[in-house]
Design a protein around this ligand. Structure first.
Ligand code: 4NP
Length: 157
């Protein structure tokens, strides 16, 4: 089995992408794939660099017994093109990622998180920093991460 490196990207790296990072890591560990799948997250913005996940995200993770100790926000950079999968939480994040990396160089698969959930009528993971609805984001993230892991396992085996 090859290894896979996965990066989740949102705007602030305090709400959606750290939730996805923690939930996905939990699923990867449960399937015994921690040695095979490497996981990180980043934000396109710089406002929250060094901060832990937002309290709304921490509350969801605590409720579901998912670890997030030591996680700190960082900003996405062009070096992140070395990830195999760059999973963007919304359309603006994806456009920014493509702009920062530049069209020529990247070999990473860049796509939107909601591509994993075609039956759900949302193109973007709604930003709970503005909506306050961390419960709904947790639902989407949990379901989408399972689909993403299925896809990656089938890609690398
Ligand atoms: P996130 O949410 O992109 O899911 O981490 C946001 C967090 C902070 C801000 C915007 C969105 N902000 O403008 O500070």
């Amino acid at each position: 089995m090859r290894k896979a490196r996965v990066l989740f990207v949102c705007l602030g790296n305090i709400c959606r992408s750290p939730m996805a990072e923690a939930v996905f890591r939990n699923q990867v560990e449960k399937r015994g794939l921690a040695e095979v799948v490497e996981i990180d997250s980043a934000g396109t913005g710089d406002w929250h660099i060094g901060k832990p996940p937002h309290e709304g995200t921490r509350k969801q993770l605590d409720l579901h017994g998912i670890a997030y100790a030591g996680m700190k926000a960082r900003q996405f950079t062009s070096n992140d093109q070395s990830f195999d999968y760059i999973v963007c939480m919304d359309s603006k994040n994806e456009a920014d990622v493509r702009r920062i990396i530049g069209e020529a160089a990247h070999s990473a698969k860049i796509f939107k998180f909601m591509d994993m959930l075609p039956a759900v009528p949302e193109d973007d993971v709604p930003d709970p920093y503005y909506t306050g609805n961390f419960d709904y984001v947790y639902e989407l993230v949990t379901e989408g991460c399972e689909k993403l892991l299925d896809q990656i396992v089938s890609d690398i085996k």
